[in-house]
Design a protein around this ligand. Structure first.
Ligand code: SF4
Length: 453
């Protein structure tokens, strides 16, 4: 009998990756063999992103690429771009199924429905993103906002008897966002903030560890907003800390104003599994632009928080996203961002250019973005970011550290420290998913070089 092969391509954030992992487990339980993206498959899932216009284009490109390479296969497009622009996705010839964010974790059932429809009629079937766009209330204005639809806690259909894992695993704990930053379309794609039931996420974490995971990343759109009954993010971190065979717990990106009391102290505690890593989006160092973005902090508050983190947690790795070219951003605003980054202890910098998003409030601002200025500003920030990373790496030269290896090819194996510095070593042995002591003795761009002890 022909074995069915499924392949998944994931664009975008860690939450998409966490959800793709759940979908892969469901497909494996349904009898599919999961093949790497690029190999022939009977079913292709393209898990899309809509964070920028480039992400939309990349999503469409990956859909077309799969259809071209796999004529006759079923093509299913899911995720944020499928949610916000289902029509554009459905117009691509060869697409069989379009599922928004609310439906995608029920993929197996929708595939069954697709088979039935295929038996009934020739040609493609487009299941439109059903409820989630309608439940993303801010799209509809204040009336729905008051209704606070879609805020119910959720569980996730995880599969207990899934295959072993040998990599860092993302655990979905939260979805959606209430913050409505003016440049961001995510609340329209993901809906209001809601949290996963506590026991459900702890059970899946225990299962992931039984399957071999040594590191779990707590993932969501706004993880600091986690709230289920009387539990918050600290309770989640502490619950995972009690899982004996788990080596590391990591926070995905977290908003400055949502970091709970006690989080930094846990990172600083060598007996706690929470690693010393904090990714706090900055977006701009100009108070004027932060206000226009509807971010709810000032540059001084950002600087104070990251400095406190660096003072409290030895060798913490701090990451920041910075957006350039927001409508109305002047040279002086940009210099504020540049100066803040230079003065801060941030060592991982992610720079991206403003991209106008349908529905997002900034698209209605009278000032228009200046792409040429944004490109120059992005380059300057990237250069500064590279210098800051280099300085952080140099501080680690000669030290003995613990590295969790994620994989490699042939003789070279790559992994991360708890603070997210990336390291490569040479070894004839397969180092995948091993936690080893390494002496750091070199720097090669974004990588540190080391020797196994
Ligand atoms: S906090 Fe702001 S930028 Fe982040 S997902 Fe929510 S609305 Fe978007």
């Amino acid at each position: 009998m022909h074995t069915k092969r499924a392949t998944i391509h994931t664009l975008g954030c860690r939450l998409n990756q966490a959800e793709s992992g759940l979908i892969a487990d469901q497909l494996a339980a349904a009898g599919y063999v999961i093949t790497p993206w690029g190999e022939a498959a009977d079913l292709g899932i393209i898990h899309t992103c809509t964070v920028t216009r480039e992400a939309d284009a990349k999503s469409r490109q990956m859909v077309r690429q799969f259809i071209r390479a796999n004529p006759g296969a079923r093509t299913v497009v899911i995720g944020c771009y499928a949610e916000t622009d289902a029509e554009a996705v459905a117009r691509i010839p060869g697409v069989d199924l379009v599922l928004g964010n609310r439906d995608k974790l029920d993929l197996a059932r929708h595939l069954d429905a697709l088979e039935e429809k295929r038996a009934d009629a020739a040609g493609g079937t487009c299941l439109r993103p059903s409820a989630s766009a309608r439940q993303a209330p801010a799209v509809r204005g204040p009336r729905v906002l008051r209704a606070r639809a879609g805020r119910e806690p959720f569980t996730v259909p995880w599969v207990a008897e899934a295959p072993a894992v040998t990599r860092r695993m993302n655990l979905k704990i939260q979805d959606g966002c209430d913050f409505m930053c003016s440049f961001c379309a995510i609340p329209f794609a993901r809906g209001r903030s809601r949290s996963r039931e506590f026991d459900d996420l702890v059970s899946e974490a225990q299962c992931l560890v039984r399957r071999g995971a040594k590191e779990i990343v707590l993932s969501g759109i706004n993880v600091g907003d986690y709230s289920f009954e009387d539990r918050n993010l600290i309770d989640v971190v502490d619950a995972l800390n009690r899982i004996e065979a788990l080596a590391r717990v990591r926070l995905a990106s977290i908003e400055l104003t949502t970091i709970p009391d006690g989080m930094l102290e846990r990172m600083a505690d060598p007996n706690h599994r929470l690693v010393p890593f904090l990714h706090v989006p900055l977006q701009s160092g100009s108070d004027r632009i932060l206000a226009a973005m509807r971010r709810n902090y000032t540059r001084a508050e950002y600087l104070a928080l990251v400095r406190r983190a660096a003072d409290t947690v030895p060798d913490i790795g701090i990451g920041a996203d910075i957006l350039t070219g927001f409508p109305g951003e002047t040279d002086a605003d940009f210099e504020d961002s540049f100066a803040l980054l230079r003065e801060s202890p941030v060592c991982f910098t992610h720079v991206f250019k403003y991209s106008e998003r349908r529905n997002a409030a900034a698209s209605r601002l009278p000032e228009k973005p200046d792409p040429a200025a944004a490109a120059i500003r992005s380059e300057r920030l990237r250069e500064l970011g590279a210098a800051k990373l280099r300085a952080f790496q140099e501080r680690h030269l000669g030290r003995t550290v613990e590295v969790l290896f994620e994989g490699g090819t042939g003789m070279t194996w790559r992994g991360h420290l708890g603070n997210y510095l990336e390291v490569a070593v040479r070894s004839p042995q397969d180092m995948t998913n091993r936690l080893c002591r390494v002496v750091l003795d070199g720097i090669d761009g974004e990588l540190m070089a080391g020797k196994l002890l």
